[in-house]
Design a protein around this ligand. Sequence first.
Ligand code: NAD
Ligand code: DAU
Length: 355
Amino acid sequence: MKTLFVTGGAGFIGSALIRLLIAESDWRIVNIDKLTYAGNLESLADIADSDRHVFSRTDICDRAALDALFAEHQPAGVIHLAAESHVDRSIHGPGDFIETNISGTYTLLEAARAHWSALDPEPKATFRFHHVSTDEVFGSLGATGLFVETSPYQPNSPYSASKAASDHLVRAWHHTYGLPTVITNCSNNYGPCQFPEKLIPLMIHNAVSDKPLPIYGKGDNVRDWLYVDDHARALRLVFERGSVGETYNIGGHNEKTNLEVVDTLCALLDELKPRHDRRSYREQKISVADRPGHDQRYAIDAGKIQRELGWTPQETFESGLAKTVRWYLHNPAWIAHVISGEYRQWMERNYGDRQ
Ligand code: NAD
Ligand code: DAU
């Protein structure tokens, strides 16, 4: 049985990827996660009994700990998701983003390179380092056009700049040292187990908690939404069959304004969990101060991964959003456990500033 390292496996996308790999592959997974505020082992409850999942609470900035893990488990590859991931937090405090996303990726690359360099020819030839990145590295689109793999990098937030820097490190480690890398750049994900600081889970949680639904600015910013399990399927495909040195864009073909997303969520909630007064959740929408440097529009051309690897999303926005809303309504304990003191402080800091 071959071993795969997944970093950030207690986060939103990493936990979806591990659930998929345990259910549909024979990989043994070593899940390397520091368990920041965003990491939650309850997201892996479905696979808690699997002897193919090993968890290690490790910071990717800790080179000695990474070296020990590589020596112990001899992985055949790495899928690297560990990151600070929330744009608003990067605006309030960029330091953690520089540390984990840039220094952490550098440290992981060096540990992986040391391991890979010492491998015998066959495992050396098939080893892969898969870096999971974002479409935000390409900056902001106007009303038309799509991001392709060759779009210029124009990151606008501390988060996207740190992810862009990490992409460049991965590219350089391939070109300079020959480390067999692949990179994926994906659009906005949604689905179960997403921390309720991001648009969709925050709106669901606030709606049913009788709280305002805070729309930044005019609400006309556009994101291209992808159901998280479709992203996980794409990641598996690129890791197992992608060409070394290549990058692949992943997107949902689901461009929506933020107002469209929130209105669709409200309509679903009106049906699935009507308010006591029978009025619509839409009445809870409020306009708040815009995000500084707010990117206007993201949209992905996912033609390359479709042509070369045969990937297309299985969920429509409607089917994925309905699954997501149902999951949050049926899992109040998951939400209750992540709404810690730290979460309340964050809400006060981010939304208090916007009044
Ligand atoms: P998340 O914030 O939900 O999870 C991040 C995980 O990384 C957490 O479990 C956290 O504990 C862990 N982590 C953070 N710092 C760490 C460190 N120093 N060492 C070890 N573990 C650490 O993030 P997510 O939304 O699941 O995103 C995962 C990856 O996918 C990120 O690299 C992100 O940039 C990328 N991405 C996210 C989206 C999206 O819409 N969420 C879209 C495209 C790409
Ligand atoms: O595009 C991929 C990126 O998508 C990932 O790389 C990031 O990790 C992920 O967080 C996400 O970034 P966004 O900034 O697009 O996602 P967020 O959910 O924070 O915001 C989505 C949109 O909704 C954005 O235009 C800001 C707006 N928004 C967000 C929040 C939290 C609001 O209007 N109100 C809010 O309260």
